[in-house]
Ligand binder design. Structure first.
Ligand SMILES: [Zn+2]
Length: 587
């Protein structure tokens, strides 16, 4: 596995990395006993079932079953291929991958890599253009908006020149095929093979994923015209609503402040950043999505929404509230006076004043009750208002929070608390509560018997104690074909000297069995080295006994059947087999 990166190298990189450190970049972990737990970044949950075991350098989620070593974690969380994850980890832990491998890689990069490279080159080109003589007007404009050199370089802001083919020519010089640049959303195709620049006369804001890859661009028109803001279309490396603008650069500030201020666009974000408010992130022109909430939750559970107070902004706040309640995020709403966007507000009143507003912002629930739900005059109206809030109340997974919200609403509307509670109970039990996305439905095969898995687990745990010969003797006594196959491949891996359980499990085809193993590895080792021999002898004996029991029962069943049919020959054969089995059992 790993293609062009040799296995020893992968193992070296893996063993140098500390899983706790890497996972902590994405998940807030708390120590609990010998392990660390946190909210799983791979499924929605409110009580932590995501666990990291430092001794074994693995993670496992008891909720969704995802688990593995540090490489698997990076693959999952950053949506990387195996070699990409290994490479990003190598950089982190300071292992140089030989040049040879890079060249080989460069010769045949995947589609994703090609698109990212086109974006990277484009970002460099835009940056150069901003700093060159053709960037004069753009620089003047940025300076007039108070955007200084530090922000320009931190956010790699650039300029797309006013013309149809500047970027196209620049990418052409770098041998980027027009088709790739088109797929990356940088060029637009007109007719069969005529391409032109998508972004013209625009200030360019590269959108980075959490690995620092440029996945898209936002462009703000410099002169007059429409549209004022133009973003990259969706591409194989960019899905709207899955990326948060600025997070790559502000995630540490957000983690430190344990709070994020969520704004709509890149100009808002940079205005706040320039004003010294750096725990800020932008949703990038779309309504906030669940994916974005889950990404943000890796860094903080406290989010201040800074939206325009118009109708769309209210709608966005309502939608966000539902997502926040479901995902266990504490939200606040910061409304600026009419006519002010964050940028204008900061330039008029200064960042301290804005910061003051952040500190005193009402909670999202208060905002919802007072501004969106609103009071009612007649009894009917009040009930109607209360009913609009029911889906929200039902979405709350936390019972205490739910009770508090019900009380708040009943006080506000003057509607009986019991009545609201009854309605909520009716709704909640009609269907499973939203939010807690449970582990995927299991209509799959049941797992092999725990004993069989435990035997294999012990073989991995105390791998030096048992020889391949010992293992070979055990093999026939597995009843589950998958467990048997697993035991055989572990035996073969050991013989080939590739016996590192983590890597071995990574190559295991069956995801459920792999998850089960990681779960077992999460627990304390049930016994120490000193008694390992005896425990394993014992397990091997039980495995064997179980197998004989099963065979005896099977023969007995067939015997009864043959007798019923009066098949004497078959009866005879079965009786013979039975005594053979008995003899074998006693040896
Ligand atoms: Zn999970």
């Amino acid at each position: 596995m790993g293609g062009y990166i040799p296995d020893e190298k992968i193992e070296e990189i893996r063993s140098r990395a500390d899983i706790l450190e890497i996972v902590s970049e994405f998940v807030t972990l708390r120590k609990r006993g010998k392990s660390y737990t946190g909210l799983c970044p791979f499924h929605g949950e409110k009580t932590p079932s995501f666990t990291v075991n430092v001794d074994r350098q693995i993670f496992h989620c008891f909720g969704c079953g995802e688990g593995g070593n540090v490489i698997r974690f990076l693959m999952k969380i950053n949506n990387l291929s195996f070699p990409e994850a290994v490479r990003s980890l190598a950089v982190k832990v300071g292992v140089d991958l030989p040049e040879r491998e890079f060249r080989k890689e460069r010769k045949e990069p995947g589609k994703r890599e090609k698109l990212l490279q086109a974006n990277r080159l484009a970002a460099g080109y835009f940056r150069d253009a901003l700093n060159g003589p053709e960037g004069d007007r753009a620089r003047t404009y940025l300076a007039s908006r108070g955007i200084g050199a530090e922000a320009l370089s931190r956010f790699s802001i650039g300029y797309a020149r006013d013309g149809w083919h500047f970027l196209k020519d620049a990418l052409g010089k770098e041998a980027v095929p027009a088709g790739i640049a088109e797929e990356a959303g940088l060029l637009v195709r007109k007719d069969r093979d005529w391409h032109y620049d998508r972004f013209r006369d625009r200030i360019m804001f590269p959108v980075l994923d959490l690995n620092g890859n440029v996945v898209a661009f936002g462009g703000r028109l410099l002169g007059n015209g429409e549209p004022k803001y133009l973003n990259s279309p969706e591409t194989p490396v960019y899905t709207k609503g899955r990326v948060l603008y600025g997070l790559y650069d502000t995630k540490e500030d957000i983690r430190r402040a344990d709070r994020a201020i969520l704004v709509e666009g890149y100009m808002d974000l940079i205005a706040l950043w320039e004003g010294g408010i750096r725990h800020v992130v932008a949703s990038l022109g779309t309504a906030l999505t669940r994916e974005q909430v889950l990404i943000l939750r890796r860094f903080t559970k406290n989010v201040v929404l800074l939206f325009d107070p118009d109708q769309a902004g209210r709608h966005a706040a309502e939608r966000s509230l539902k997502l926040f309640l479901e995902e266990g995020i504490h939200g606040w709403v910061l409304r600026l006076p009419d006519g002010y966007d964050p940028d204008a507000y900061i330039r008029t009143f200064g960042p301290e004043r804005l910061y003051g507003l952040v500190e005193t912002a009402p909670s999202l629930t208060d905002y919802y009750i007072e501004t969106i739900m609103g009071p009612g005059k007649t009894v009917e109206e009040k009930l109607e208002r209360a009913r609009t809030a029911l889906p929200l109340i039902c979405a709350m997974g936390d019972a205490l929070q739910r009770t508090l919200l019900i009380r708040r609403i009943s006080e506000y509307l003057g509607v009986s608390e019991e009545l609201l509670e009854k309605e909520v109970r009716k709704r909640r039990f009609r269907k499973t509560p939203a939010g807690e996305t449970a582990a995927p439905e299991s209509k799959k095969e049941p797992l092999p018997d725990p004993l069989e898995l435990s035997v294999i687990f012990c073989l991995m745990e105390h791998r030096d104690k048992w020889s391949s010969e010992d293992m070979k003797r055990l093999l026939p006594y597995f009843l589950d074909s998958r467990a048997k196959k697993l035991c055989r491949s572990w035996m073969e891996a050991r013989q080939a000297g590739e016996a590192e359980p983590g890597m071995f499990l990574e190559n295991l085809g069956n995801a459920e069995i792999r998850a089960k193993f990681y779960e077992m590895m999460m627990g304390e080792t049930p016994f120490g080295e000193d008694v390992a021999d005896r425990v394993m002898e014992d397990m091997a004996r039980r495995l064997r006994e179980r197998w004989f029991r099963f065979r005896h029962r099977e023969i007995q069943r067939q015997l009864v059947e043959a007798q019923k049919k009066g098949d004497t020959e078959r009866c005879h054969n079965l009786l013979e087999e039975k005594s053979r089995l008995l003899r074998e059992e006693l040896t």
